[in-house]
Design a protein around this ligand. Structure first.
Ligand SMILES: Nc1ncnc2c1ncn2[C@@H]1O[C@H](COP(=O)(O)OP(=O)(O)OP(=O)(O)O)[C@@H](O)[C@H]1O
Ligand SMILES: [Mg+2]
Length: 586
């Protein structure tokens, strides 16, 4: 089929206007021909016979009159075995192969197959001739990394099909026909192990959406205990420049209790992305004992790539996440940073001369952000299994001001907010999640009343601290001073976590529950000291012991010894339990 053709009538940065003859639709892919190169572009507006396209490449050299071929296809990704372990750019070009082919200064107009098509996959059929199938139903499986990749009926096959042939178990390549499906009219359609799906359309082949309820454990104490994230839920990490957003996401991508992690590094500094790439293949996933990279996909658009590609990368990432969710898996998508994506939106909107909203962001900023996070969710599939996509996005507001439009729009839709604080990161209190400003609507690993009781000490301790700045230590009662010390204790031994310590970097939920109970007991204990100096000295000593305890291997000799010392110290100083806490501790 010969697609619609057109010619460039105007160039404005990364946007070209093209007069066309025929039919063109929104989000259709077009190729601008420049010399011997074809530059991939996407239709973002149509007015009469002129279409405006965002070009995913540097537009240098495009001139009026240049030819444009419209492909008739939406911007889409290829889905099939072989996605895991890949490093793609926003258009699903495998970056290592691209670099090999085109050199490290990536050449424009070079597009490669996203999936290896000469690799042999060991296929096991799960349907037989005559079976009725619908889109997303499993036809068979192939092993991919540590999991069984389900070869599914393409998501675009609406209606019911009859399996008219299916290949026996054996080795097949990606593009080999593995089955023929007969539609309701009797047409036989060959299917392979891969198919395409448009990135801007949410994959919707499930029976129902469920309410996110189970926590997605990250092994970060402050998150799991205080501001939990649910499987299939959403959360955001806004934070000023250098406050630890990327480090927190990296920790999460390593330790989160999910089957698959997709990292969309969108517009971050190239160096950071390279760091991630170098580290990942060497890290071992303790769930499977295999390289972490085998359950990871990285979509990486560095800030040196054109802005339009950033936009594509978040959609590519979420579509890959939805694909694996259809296999009944738990997927975590981490987007860093969504602000860069929003900036890309702003740039394009400016070029389109749309009426700007707040801070020149387009008026549809909020709805676009909302529709991205809405692609998260926990769903029940037709075969009864349950899959989830959890989305966590960082936001990098200029000057760390959370009042700006991207943070505000994100806050309206997410289920948890991990606000990073400049004050805390400057004081090297990591993770710098603010313990008073942050919140979560999800259920965590520990009972809410206990968490609220402990959190109260942080809140009241901070109040006492503020007051002390005015009235001085002398003007503060001993009782208030102990509340302040308890607040400090919980901050240093529970909120802060040393991400470079082998033991403390990631704490399993059993250990969190266990040490939280110990801590709660201390917080609920009544203490009396002759003066503030003694109180401070005693708490300092206790804190140091607790930190050592956190750093020792779970339930080994040193751990047990330190625990005993902590208990003895508390016992010798405690004057019983706070009345209000007795019910909570029971
Ligand atoms: N959990 C942590 N433990 C120890 N150090 C940390 C932690 N988080 C951040 N840091 C320190 O802070 C530095 C900056 O962190 P990071 O790059 O994650 O910030 P960012 O918020 O992503 O910054 P940007 O806005 O530039 O993207 C790190 O290089 C590291 O030294
Ligand atoms: Mg960062």
């Amino acid at each position: 089929m010969i697609g619609t053709k057109g010619n460039v009538v105007a160039v404005n940065g990364n946007m070209v206007s093209v007069r066309f003859d025929g039919a063109v639709s929104m989000n259709e892919v077009g190729y601008v021909k420049v010399a011997d190169q074809q530059l991939k572009s996407e239709v973002i507006r149509i007015r009469g016979d002129v279409a405006q396209l965002q070009v995913f490449e540097i537009t240098k050299g495009i001139t009026i009159g240049d030819e444009v071929d419209f492909s008739g296809d939406m911007l889409a990704v290829e889905l099939g075995p072989g996605l895991l372990g890949q490093v793609y750019d926003g258009l699903q070009n495998p970056l290592p192969q691209l670099a090999e082919k085109a050199g490290y200064f990536l050449e424009r107009g070079v597009y490669l197959d996203p999936l290896p098509d000469n690799k042999e996959w060991s296929f096991t059929p799960l349907v037989k001739e005559g079976d009725q199938v619908e889109r997303s139903d499993t036809l068979g499986t192939v092993p991919e990394g540590a999991l069984q990749h389900q070869v599914m009926v393409p998501f675009t096959f609406y209606g019911t099909y009859t399996v008219s042939s299916i290949k026996p178990a054996g080795s097949y390549k990606l593009k080999d026909t593995i089955a023929e499906l007969k539609d309701e009219k009797g047409n036989k359609i060959p299917v392979t192990m891969s198919f395409r799906w448009p990135v801007k359309r949410a994959v919707d082949c499930f029976v129902e959406r469920l309410k996110p309820s189970d926590p997605m454990v990250t092994r970060v104490r402050l998150v799991d205990t205080f501001f939990p994230v649910a499987r299939g839920g959403t959360y955001c990490i806004p934070g000023p420049f250098g406050a630890g957003k990327t480090v927190l996401q990296q920790i999460t991508s390593r330790f989160a209790d999910v089957d698959i992690v997709i990292v969309a590094a969108c517009g971050e500094r190239a160096g950071e992305v390279v760091e991630t790439l170098k580290e990942f293949p060497e890290l071992i996933d303790e769930r499977t004992g295999r390289s972490l990279m085998e359950r990871t996909i990285i979509i990486c658009n560095t800030s040196s790539m054109p802005v339009a590609a950033r936009e594509a990368s978040v959609y590519t990432a979420v579509t890959l996440a939805e694909y694996y969710r259809q296999m009944g898996l738990n997927v975590l998508l981490l987007a860093d940073s969504t602000s860069r994506w929003a900036q890309a939106m702003r740039e394009m909107s400016g070029r389109l001369e749309e009426i700007p909203g707040e801070e020149a962001f387009p008026a549809y900023l909020e709805s676009t952000i909302a529709s991205f996070y809405e692609r998260a969710g926990i769903v029940k599939l037709r075969n009864g299994s349950i899959g989830s996509v959890t989305i966590g996005g960082t936001v990098s507001p200029a000057g760390g001001n959370f009042e700006e439009p991207v943070t505000q729009a994100t806050l309206k839709v997410v289920g948890a907010f991990h606000g990073l604080s400049r004050e805390r990161s400057d004081a090297r209190k990591f993770p710098a999640i603010h313990p008073l400003d942050s919140w979560s609507k999800y259920k965590g690993i520990i009972e809410e009343d206990k968490v609220a009781y402990a959190h109260g000490f942080m809140r009241r301790g901070t109040e006492v601290e503020q007051m002390m700045k005015v009235v001085g230590e002398e003007g503060t009662s001993n009782e208030d001073y102990i509340i302040y010390l308890k607040g400090e204790l919980i901050d240093s031994v529970y909120f802060q976590q040393n991400s470079f310590d082998e033991v403390d970097a990631a704490v399993k939920p059993e250990r969190q529950k266990y040490t939280f109970a110990k801590l709660l007991h201390i917080l609920a204990s009544k203490f009396d000291f002759p003066d503030k100096n003694e109180a401070r000295t005693w708490f300092n000593r206790l804190r140091q012991k607790f930190l050592d305890y956190n750093g020792s291997v779970w339930q080994d000799d040193r751990f047990n010894k330190l625990e005993k010392e902590i208990e003895d110290a508390v016992k010798s100083q405690s004057q019983g339990l706070d009345k209000t806490a007795e019910k909570i501790l029971a």
